[in-house]
Write a protein that binds this ligand. Structure first.
Ligand code: 13P
Ligand code: SF4
Length: 333
């Protein structure tokens, strides 16, 4: 395979010694490199920390480095800036957006709040800084259930923007007074129940690891409930939760319903397990904008710097801080 083909498939690096050069430039800049689990394998391998959005937010809040290079999508880098306004936050390509974050605007949220003036607003971290500024508590897929459970039962909840994650939380907590925005991520919505059912039938011994943003999360639970798949084999997990589950499962094969970048960390965590994507076309174009060359440019030139309006950041900070406290050992509310 040529270097160019390698790079297009996310398996390659631009030239030998590339990773050492990135690390040296990051060191000179006093920068720490964070990478989300959906990043290209080469980016994950050069990063100082790889994780899910909650783990990376916690690291961004605590890390000592003056500069954070966030290899992920824009809302993740914005969240780091909200938590650490005194730090320089870089994202290697500022065009790396998120279709889910785009599914609600701050104006739409303000209108929704006006219809439910006493409700507590829970926003998934996949939202813009302007939406976070209108939010009471943020959550990620790994602590959404705990965040909603922390809200008194007599309080209405507005949960946004992901309908599948919202349905998962409502189902888990059996909470009726929770309204869910009808947003979705185009990558996860595309992993559908029919596909999951077919793959599960073809691989009856396999565990199913399903991200709660997936269109197939309900089908996965139906398969478990109907006995088509043993209930203990179906796991609804954040990307970080999938790594923990990979280390503890006794299964020889696992079907993975999420963005395909996840397979790299899973295979590193448990090389003896056969991990297969439920949908191998489930690739997030935004995550894949963070190429090795973009990262190199970022650490060399200090691009692209992330700015959040200080007034918006101040209004959103409490909601993000509550998110990183909930689900933390000794930190729950
Ligand atoms: P995690 O919080 O599970 O890392 O997911 C982030 C995300 O963008 C999922 O699409
Ligand atoms: Fe956003 Fe979906 Fe990409 Fe995650 S996979 S960053 S939710 S578009």
């Amino acid at each position: 395979m040529t270097v160019t083909a390698d790079l297009q498939q996310g398996t390659g690096v631009p030239y030998p010694g590339w990773a050492d050069e990135v690390r040296e430039l990051a060191r000179q800049r006093g920068a720490v490199l964070l990478a989300h689990n959906y990043q290209l394998p080469a980016i994950q391998d050069v990063a100082d920390f790889v994780g899910d959005s909650l783990a990376l937010s916690r690291i961004a809040a605590e890390v000592e480095a003056d500069t954070i290079v966030f290899c992920g999508v824009h809302f993740m880098a914005e969240t780091a800036k909200i938590l650490s306004p005194e730090k320089t936050v870089l994202i290697p390509d500022e065009r790396a957006g998120c279709s889910l974050a785009d599914s609600i605007t701050a104006e739409q949220l303000v209108e929704w709040k006006a219809e439910h003036p006493d409700a507590v607003v829970v926003s998934y971290v996949n939202t813009t800084a302007a939406v976070k500024a209108e939010t009471d508590i943020c959550c990620t897929s790994s602590n959404a259930v705990e965040v909603v459970a922390s809200i008194p039962l007599d309080k209405e909840v507005l949960f946004l923007p992901d309908q599948f994650l919202g349905a998962h939380v409502r189902r888990t907590l059996k909470r009726e007074n929770m309204h869910v925005w009808a947003g979705e991520c185009h990558v996860h919505a595309g992993i559908n129940g029919a596909e999951l059912t077919k793959r599960a039938e073809e691989n009856p011994e396999a565990d199913l690891f399903v991200h709660p943003e997936c269109g197939c999360a309900t089908s996965a639970l139906y398969l478990a409930g109907s006995g088509a798949v043993a209930a203990d084999k179906v796991k609804i997990l954040s990307t970080g939760g999938m790594i923990d589950a990979a280390r503890s499962t006794h299964a020889k094969s696992v079907l993975v319903a999420t963005e395909i970048g996840m397979l790299h960390q899973l295979r590193k965590a448990a090389p003896e397990i056969d991990f297969r994507a439920v949908n191998d076309r489930a690739s997030c174009t935004y995550m894949k904008m963070i190429t090795p060359m973009a990262l190199l440019r970022s650490v060399r030139e200090g691009t692209d710097e992330v700015h959040v309006d200080p007034e918006l950041a101040a209004r959103g900070r409490r909601a993000v801080e509550r998110m990183i406290a909930i689900g933390q050992p000794g930190g729950g509310e």
